[in-house]
Design a protein around this ligand. Structure first.
Ligand SMILES: CC(C)(COP(=O)(O)OP(=O)(O)OC[C@H]1O[C@@H](n2cnc3c(N)ncnc32)[C@H](O)[C@@H]1OP(=O)(O)O)[C@@H](O)C(=O)NCCC(=O)NCCS
Length: 237
């Protein structure tokens, strides 16, 4: 018969629960949950929030989502609703300010290796990944991401852009573009150039406003999302 020592039990418990929570806290959470109030979610937010790399004021996120906390930075006035999945194990996800997500958004900051001959893909370890397998995902200020959109590694969503529901975004989206579909394409811009300039005057100080010549240059380009190597400059965070 196996003799289970105290050390064995301690080690097993530590493995089963990498983030040990005190019984008192569990009791508080259970009481809040059973009372039918949603305050237990607020408590989880308070507990989890410090695990993000950085965050600004009025940052609300669904604590029931999936996050690689330490690789995610978020600005102020951001709402990540409806169980999002934000995963970047070897890159970063940088979200600006005044950003909102619909339910079920996924952001993926990397890819598994799929190029190795003679091995199952599941056998390839994290340490065997190459730098080009993981790229930062950036979402600039004032962006709305529609429900169940998927944003893939290396993408930058430009300031003021809208990502439509269900879009699969594989390339960067120009500022104030509305990107829809799979693969996502910018179907239109929210406003014409003059209106963008007028809009920018209100929320942004002069040194952070987009320049007319830049906006015109991007928009007269090939259209649709910009290639990764030709990103417009961002002012996120
Ligand atoms: C993209 C969106 C913002 C609409 O933007 P819009 O500029 O007003 O676009 P329109 O509705 O005029 O549609 C323009 C074209 O894009 C298409 N389209 C709109 N949304 C689309 C989407 N999500 N996926 C694919 N195509 C879409 C329209 O069918 C239309 O196509 P057509 O020109 O061939 O007729 C909206 O459709 C959307 O997806 N909103 C997200 C809603 C959401 O999830 N909110 C979160 C709530 S908490």
């Amino acid at each position: 018969m196996e003799v289970r020592t105290r050390t064995w039990r301690r080690r097993t418990a530590a493995k089963a629960n990498p983030f040990p929570v005190s019984p008192r806290l569990i009791a508080i959470l259970r009481r809040l949950y059973e009372s039918g109030s949603s305050r237990w979610l607020s408590l989880l937010i308070v507990l989890y929030r410090p695990r993000f790399a950085a965050y600004g004021k009025h940052f609300w996120f669904d604590p029931m989502g999936d996050y690689t906390f330490s690789t995610i930075s978020v600005g102020a006035d951001v709402q990540l609703n409806g169980r999002p999945c934000l995963i970047a194990s070897r890159s970063r996800i940088v979200i600006g300010s005044h950003v909102m997500f619909g339910p079920g958004v996924t952001i993926i900051g990397g890819n598994h290796r799929i190029d190795v001959v003679g091995r199952f893909m599941t056998s390839i370890r994290e340490e065997e990944k190459r730098p080009e397998d993981d790229h930062e995902v950036a979402i600039e200020d004032d962006v709305s991401v529609g429900t169940r959109a998927v944003i893939l590694s290396g993408v930058r969503i430009g300031r003021g852009a809208v990502v439509g529901a269900g879009a699969v975004v594989t390339k960067s989206v120009l500022p104030y573009g509305t990107a829809v579909g799979n693969p996502a394409r910018v179907r239109r811009f929210r406003w014409d150039v003059d209106t963008i300039i007028e809009h920018e005057r209100c929320p942004y100080p002069e040194d952070r406003r987009l320049k007319r010549e830049d906006i015109e240059a991007w928009r007269s380009g090939p259209g649709g999302p910009t290639p990764r190597q030709n990103q417009p400059p961002g002012n996120h965070l």
